[in-house]
Design a protein around this ligand. Structure first.
Ligand code: DGL
Length: 260
């Protein structure tokens, strides 16, 4: 089991912001990354659609004999994890649930969350953080345009910047101490966000998430005992655009297009 691969998925390049941290911390693992570019943006899908999509991805990873699946996607973690978690016999790591305790432990008075429509409508971050800390007030704002801005590499486009600034201005009215980038695509916007606010304002949960996964695999004695360093990238559409948009977080040399 130890030398089986770890599956990582997201709707597109967003999950690479997590994957890159995972590879830093666990360089000797074998990985399979799936970017569901045919179905993005996940944030505008219904709960039923997201359950069906997630189940299909978990089934694919099952055929690949994975030892664990990393949900490097806030939207599916928020909406589908609770429903699917007991249906598979490998470990499943959902980003929202795995990082919320860490954020709650910081004891912030006011924290903001930028995320997709589906994540915000689920109130998953608010519920999970307040489960551990009732004193943290959580302000949630949906930024549905941001995933496409990242996937199409439109970060420097004037309209994109206006949109980003508008959401940020709205958030700053709440006097938050920190803003969680609650969609794995959003760290690709950090350069633009930090033109309008201190970079330190933003929390990219990827590192804390990767650390959690590392220690849990360690505690479960599931770390690889080989030095394989092998990653296979799959996408459900547009491999060239995926490789191009990925480069801010990871140099993907090859991505195979598959349909699940
Ligand atoms: N990057 C994903 C997330 O963290 C999905 C974004 C989307 O496709 O809407 O929520």
């Amino acid at each position: 089991m130890n030398n089986c691969p770890i599956g990582v998925f997201d709707s597109g390049v967003g999950g690479l912001s997590v994957f890159s941290k995972l590879v830093d911390l666990l360089p000797n693992e074998k990985y399979i990354y799936f970017g569901d570019t045919l179905n993005l943006p996940y944030g505008d899908k219904t709960k039923e659609q997201l359950i069906e999509i997630s189940a299909r991805i978990f089934d694919f990873f099952k055929t690949q004999n994975v030892k664990a699946v990393v949900m490097a996607c806030n939207t599916t973690s928020a909406v589908t994890y609770d429903i699917l978690k007991s249906k598979y016999n490998f470990k499943i790591y959902p980003i929202v649930q795995n990082v919320s305790k860490c954020i709650a432990d910081k004891n912030y008075k006011k924290v903001g969350v930028f995320a997709t429509n589906a994540t915000i409508n689920s109130h998953a971050y608010k519920k999970q953080i307040q489960l551990y800390n009732h004193n943290t007030e959580v302000f949630e704002i949906a930024c549905p345009e941001w995933v496409n801005i990242v996937e199409q590499e439109l970060q420097q486009n004037t309209k994109s910047k206006e949109n980003i600034k508008q959401h940020l201005d709205e958030m700053l009215k709440n006097n938050v101490e920190k803003v969680i980038l609650g969609c794995t695509h959003y760290p690709y916007l950090l350069n633009v966000l930090s033109e309008y606010a201190d970079k330190e304002l933003f929390i990219n949960p990827a590192k804390a998430f990767a650390q959690h996964i590392k220690s849990d695999l360690e505690n479960s004695e599931l770390l690889s005992d080989k030095k394989e360093k092998e990653t296979k990238f799959y996408v459900s559409a547009n491999p060239k655009q995926f490789i191009s948009a990925a480069k801010l977080f990871y140099d993907v040399n090859e991505a195979e297009e598959i349909s699940l």
